[in-house]
Design a protein around this ligand. Structure first.
Ligand code: FPP
Length: 236
């Protein structure tokens, strides 16, 4: 399939540039998001072919509510439609779908769709496809802290027992290994509140390519760059 020797187990992507992609074509921003969804399908397929184990995509941030109502509606409709249309095929491919973020803050119909998608694919053993929705890295950390604080308050947890490992297990990502490779498209050089704790030792890769144009070839460029990195985790 490809000759890249070191394949990251977990790849996390900020899918940026849908709006600019649409603007260049004199199309509404929602058309950019729809084109972005096609790129998602391509990257799921390519990830499986390359042997990636976990693919996490930033679909909607806890700050994206600041966008125009019309755009938020278009995005939510796209998520609803996308899940309805594609989850059966993802299930067929043995993909496990998981969601991270403040899911209770989404519409009831979307919450139900999310719960059904997770339940249907729970025992699948192929690619773990993680969608970050209404997700914010700072909120993730605060949410974990609140849960630990409750346990301490109730006498169920000793303060000294709050280790990085225990803290990690209370994040939305719980048992998922941290990303090995972080990718952001469209030339922006920011994390934008994505997986702040989890990206501590990830390799970072930025590309000018807009998300709707990101494909298997672009993924291979990122994987090639990753393969040349020497990961030291603080050692020499
Ligand atoms: C960022 O581009 C993109 C988003 C906020 C939305 C991402 C969503 C998709 C790609 C649809 C995925 C669908 C499913 C079912 C997972 P931007 O709007 O910030 O672009 P800009 O920076 O060029 O304005």
């Amino acid at each position: 399939m490809n000759n890249i020797t070191t394949i990251p187990q977990h790849v996390a992507i900020v899918m940026d540039g849908n709006g600019r992609w649409a603007k260049k074509r004199f199309l509404p921003r929602s058309a950019g998001h729809a084109a972005g969804q096609n790129a998602v399908e391509k990257i799921i397929k390519a990830s499986i072919e390359r042997g990636i184990g976990i693919l996490t995509l930033f679909a909607f941030s806890s700050e994206n509510w600041r966008r125009p109502t019309e755009e938020i509606h278009a995005l939510m409709n796209l998520f609803m439609k996308g899940l309805t249309e594609h989850v059966p095929a993802l299930h067929e491919k043995n993909i496990r779908i998981r969601f991270i973020g403040h899911i209770a803050g989404l519409s009831l119909s979307l919450q139900q769709k999310i719960a059904a998608s997770e339940a249907l694919t729970l025992n699948n053993t192929g690619l773990q496809f993680v969608l970050a929705m209404n997700y914010g890295g700072q909120l993730d950390i605060v949410h974990a802290t609140q849960r630990l604080a409750l346990a301490v308050r109730d006498g169920a947890l000793d303060i000294d027992a709050i280790t990085p490992e225990r803290f990690n297990s209370h994040l939305y990502t719980t048992d998922l290994a941290p990303p090995d490779l972080f990718i952001r498209t469209s030339g922006e050089l920011r994390l934008s509140n994505f997986l702040l704790w989890q990206l501590a030792y990830s390799e970072l890769y930025f590309t000018e390519v807009l998300w709707p144009d990101f494909n298997g070839k672009q993924l291979d460029l990122a994987l090639s760059a990753y393969a040349t990195r020497k990961r030291r985790y603080g050692s020499v």
